[in-house]
Write a protein that binds this ligand. Structure first.
Ligand code: CA
Length: 224
């Protein structure tokens, strides 16, 4: 997701909290930069502060909608003023949250907005004996609990949501990591290796596969 917020401390702490929840977060420190990033990349959600230097949140919201973007927008308002809320919703924002807010409420709003997307399928994803509960972010293989780090989980969910489809490194890094991902690193390979060890345990069908030069796939089908 993309966080557009000029106050560095606030931006840093929100981004940190979201990353701990295994979301990939890009940040922009002003409206113009935010608009450019929002138009150049695919985000599943944009968190947009209203009071920004230069282009304010209202303008960014309006220009995004005018450009045809349907990405859900969660506005951060400085106060609970009704006028601010109405204006944001009129300009095409999907929800708003008044500052200061409880981080748990931000998370709840984010989950609600992401759930609205038709892309998000059934909360429990099953492939062979692998079961991923996307609400509790828990994973079992053949009934046994699989302990994963936040990043390992995010990668597994990304692969499982597009099961039977080869996902390129770029797609994976955009969805699971964020702009801080170094395309020259072997991070994805490293994480795939770890996931295989934990998920494709002995006695179970291997589900995670690599195809040289193309990417990675999670499938229960025969894969050579
Ligand atoms: Ca601000």
């Amino acid at each position: 997701m993309l966080l557009i917020e000029d106050e560095e401390d606030v931006a840093r702490s929100i981004a940190k909290g979201l990353r701990q929840e295994s979301y990939a977060v890009d940040t922009a420190g002003n409206g113009q930069e935010g608009l450019e990033k929002a138009l150049a990349h695919i985000y599943d959600l944009i968190i947009l502060d209203i009071r920004l230097p230069g282009k304010d949140g209202w303008t960014v919201c309006r220009e995004l909608r005018e450009s045809g973007s349907q990405t859900p927008i969660l506005m951060l308002t400085a106060s609970d003023a009704t006028e601010d809320r109405i204006k944001g919703l009129d300009l095409g924002a999907d929800d708003y949250l008044a500052k200061p807010f409880d981080f748990r409420e931000l998370l709840a709003r984010i989950r609600a907005l992401l759930r609205r997307k038709p892309l998000i399928q059934h909360p429990v994803i099953r492939v062979d004996t692998l079961e991923i509960d996307t609400r509790s972010k828990t994973v079992t293989r053949a009934g046994s609990f699989v302990r994963l780090t936040a990043k390992e989980y995010a990668l597994l969910e990304c692969l499982a949501r597009d099961a039977d489809t080869i996902l390129g490194r770029e797609t994976i890094s955009e969805r699971v990591w964020d702009e801080r991902y170094d395309p020259f690193s072997n991070l994805i390979e490293e994480y795939i290796k770890r996931l295989r060890k934990k998920v494709d345990v002995e006695g179970q069908k291997p589900l995670i596969h690599a195809r040289r030069g193309e990417g990675y796939i999670l499938t229960a089908k025969e894969f050579a």
